[in-house]
Ligand binder design. Structure first.
Ligand SMILES: Cc1cc2nc3c(=O)[nH]c(=O)nc-3n(C[C@H](O)[C@H](O)[C@H](O)COP(=O)(O)O)c2cc1C
Length: 314
């Protein structure tokens, strides 16, 4: 009989058998047996997909999720590795197969090793989109920036295709006075004399975005600003994923104290800046306001609420 059919027919019993084995052999490993069953099921389905399509990509993609931004999501790896050996044995007892051996071996490899994504893959962009605060001196090729901007025009949706924002592309690396003014406007706590600033905007390129709200119907201002805000978010998300796809890094900064004053320099009153360049691993930078070396802001300082707190399935 065909291997895929056998694996489909035996899916539930193989997974249940494996979870019971974990429960019996390593009783303190987990109490979340539903989650464990679900996760083994995802991987099992990936193997089925790859067997049917003569590929390994689905197994690669699903097992890459053992990792998030270079950090393993598993508390320990020992039991996981044994559990996948166990499943492999169960399958081989029914129907020996080199293909399954290979997919299990990819799974075990990816339990132990962080994923290596193909540059440009969506997974690569999402894993590499981190808020960037420090930059090397390397100037991105302008064609890379032009492509990202063209991509906004070509691919980012806009209700009725109105495009409710204006964008300015600022090659800040060759405009020191403008760069200084942008930076000075990003004081995090304006009333505090020694407040930090936002070095995201010291990137070689800064993209400034402002809502475009024509007040033909003034009483609708809140709704128009809401629409513009949604669309700015879409454009910003596009930039932040398109940039890593070509090896660039992005830093968001919405902390802008001098937005009205910026009109005379760039023609818009920006609500959001995105610095673009190449990330430096230095955790300190030269602050051009205090004129001294200071720490970059910590991006892990704020933590998201748990997913269950804000996502509910209805
Ligand atoms: C719209 C937007 C505006 C942001 N503005 C600032 C800012 O002004 N200053 C800052 O330090 N970080 C800012 N951030 C960065 C977030 O705080 C950051 O995304 C968060 O610390 C999590 O880090 P991560 O993006 O690397 O996951 C902004 C992020 C977004 C999406």
């Amino acid at each position: 009989m065909n291997l895929v059919k056998i694996l489909k027919d035996n899916k539930q019993s193989i997974i249940e058998n494996t979870v019971s084995w974990i429960q019996l052999t390593y009783p303190s490993r987990t109490m979340e047996f539903d989650k464990c069953t679900r996760d083994i099921g995802y991987i099992y389905d990936a193997w089925l997909y790859d067997l049917e399509n003569n590929s390994t990509t689905q197994t690669q993609s699903v097992t890459n999720k053992f990792w998030k931004r270079g950090t393993s999501q598993l508390k320990t790896t020992h039991v996981e590795l044994l559990a996948y050996d166990y499943i492999n044995t169960l399958i081989n007892d029914i129907h020996p197969s080199n293909e399954i051996d290979n997919l299990v071996s990819i799974t075990k490899h990816n339990i132990l090793n962080p994923p290596v994504f193909a540059t440009g893959a969506f997974d690569y962009s999402t894993a590499n989109r981190i808020n960037t605060y420090n930059w090397t001196d390397q100037i991105p090729d302008q064609v890379l920036i032009d492509d990202i901007i063209q991509g906004i025009h070509d691919f980012v949706p806009s209700k009725q295709r109105i495009v409710r924002y204006n964008i300015r592309v600022i090659p800040a690396y060759k405009m020191p006075n403008l760069r200084q003014k942008i930076y000075q406007g990003t004081k995090a706590e304006p009333s505090s004399p020694d407040s930090r600033y936002n070095p995201q905007v010291l990137a070689p390129y800064v993209i400034a975005i402002a809502p475009k709200v024509t007040l033909a119907v003034p009483h609708n201002k809140d709704y128009l600003m809401y629409e513009a805000g949604v669309e700015i978010g879409l454009a910003a998300m596009f930039i932040s994923l398109a940039a890593p796809a070509v090896g660039l890094d992005v830093g968001f900064c919405a902390c802008i104290q001098n937005e009205e004053d910026m009109i005379k320099d760039i023609g818009i009153s920006p609500k959001l800046y995105l610095g673009i360049g190449y990330k430096s691993d230095d955790v300190k930078y030269l602050c051009p306001v205090y004129n001294k070396i200071v720490d970059i802001p910590g991006s892990d300082y704020n933590q998201k609420p748990s997913i269950e707190e804000y996502v509910k399935y209805v």
